[in-house]
Design a protein. Structure first.
Length: 375
């Protein structure tokens, strides 16, 4: 992701983690340690791995990328549990947007809103203005036409505004909804006002009671701005274990512990295919691996360059999807392989070769190697 997605370097990860991982990885690689699991909790399901295995390679690349934690799970088997998967929460940046999408879906399931509703039904300041036609779905698809330029979005709203929701709501309209796809942090922050009005609850409380607690995501929270608004575009702090639980929610069709958390219908809407013809790589605040004209995360957050012909990771199954954040915070879900993978940490050093495509390809090699009884 572009550096401009970030808010002040306000610590997305503990700086020493990458160095520790590198040292441990080297020792394990030299010793041929079983499973190559860098966490303090050994996982019995993981089989011993040779030094040149996909797991060893993923461990090494994660260490070189200053990762705080990396995990890969397929079904009930943990293949990699790297670093500190259930340790101190790390800022997940724009993975938050994907969490916000789920909160909107839960609110819809509860009959509190419909994503086809005009935002003005919940944000009265937009009534009788050019923004009156914008729907909740337009905000979820980044096609709202809301005012955007990099200075306004990344500096004035994301970094400087004490009341981020009021700032975002107060912006104008650049275009009619559906005319352009623009990665707009301010537009997403308007969903904070929508959720609070629809649920009658603070968004962080709604998230805790409806999503985090049912999934056992005890290390996850949403930070607030100076005015007490949940930062719903980049404010989630979480762990690898918690994000793995979030990914499993999709693989379990919205169920957790025998209880329905969110409808399968909304999950299918969020990641089952492109939400707009303007970007084949985007669902409802989730990134997709679909073919067609695609705006990459790098282009989306820098507003430089043009569309590519998707998918984002050609070697990955078409139904693969991701939640992505600044400095390569990644949650990856591959339904056909029943697999979830997570990477959290600091900014990968220049030249590390780490990123969405490299991580995703490494994860696929790990999962496929785990399916092969000869490895």
């Amino acid at each position: 992701m572009s550096e401009r997605e970030g808010l002040p370097a306000a610590a997305s990860a503990r700086p020493a983690a990458g160095g520790v991982l590198r040292r441990i990885a080297l020792v394990l690689l030299l010793a041929g340690a079983p499973g190559l699991l860098l966490g303090c909790n050994a996982v019995a399901e993981a089989s011993p791995a040779p030094q040149d295995s996909a797991r060893a390679q993923l461990v090494e690349s994660a260490a070189a990328a200053d990762s705080t934690c990396v995990s890969v799970a397929a079904g009930d088997t943990t293949l990699v549990s790297d670093g500190d998967p259930d340790g101190d929460p790390v800022r997940a940046f724009s993975i938050t947007k994907s969490v916000t999408s789920l909160l909107v879906g839960i609110a819809q399931d509860e009959g509190l809103l419909e994503i086809s509703d005009p935002v003005a039904d919940f944000v009265p300041e937009w009534q009788d203005t050019p923004s009156a036609a914008v729907t909740i779905r337009d905000l979820l698809t980044n096609t709202s036409g809301r005012e955007w330029d990099s200075r306004t979005d990344y500096r004035e709203m994301a970094s400087q505004a004490d009341d981020k929701t009021a700032f975002a709501v107060g912006l104008g309209q650049d275009a009619d909804p559906g005319e352009a796809w623009i990665y707009n942090n301010s537009a997403v922050q308007v969903l904070e006002a929508v959720l609070e009005a629809a649920t009658g609850m603070d968004v962080d409380e709604f998230a805790q009671t409806r999503l985090f607690e049912p999934l056992g995501m005890t290390g996850t929270r949403i930070e607030q701005d100076e005015a007490g608004n949940a930062n719903v575009f980049a404010g989630v702090w979480t762990t690898c274990d918690d994000l793995t639980s979030l990914g499993r929610l999709f693989l379990d069709h919205g169920m957790a512990g025998g209880v329905r958390v969110i409808s399968k219908e909304f999950l299918d809407d969020a990641v089952g295919g492109p939400s707009t013809d303007l970007n084949a790589a985007y669902g409802l605040l989730w990134w997709l691996n679909r073919p067609g004209p695609a705006v990459t995360p790098e282009v989306a957050t820098s507003a430089q360059g043009g569309a590519i012909e998707g998918p984002l990771v050609p070697g990955a199954p078409e139904e693969t999807f991701w939640a992505l954040g600044f400095h390569d915070q990644i949650l990856m879900v591959v339904p056909s392989l029943d697999a979830v993978a997570v990477r959290l940490g600091g900014k990968p050093p220049s030249g590390s070769g780490f990123g969405l495509r490299a991580f995703s390809e490494g994860v696929l090699q790990v999962v496929r190697e785990g399916e092969d009884p000869t490895t």
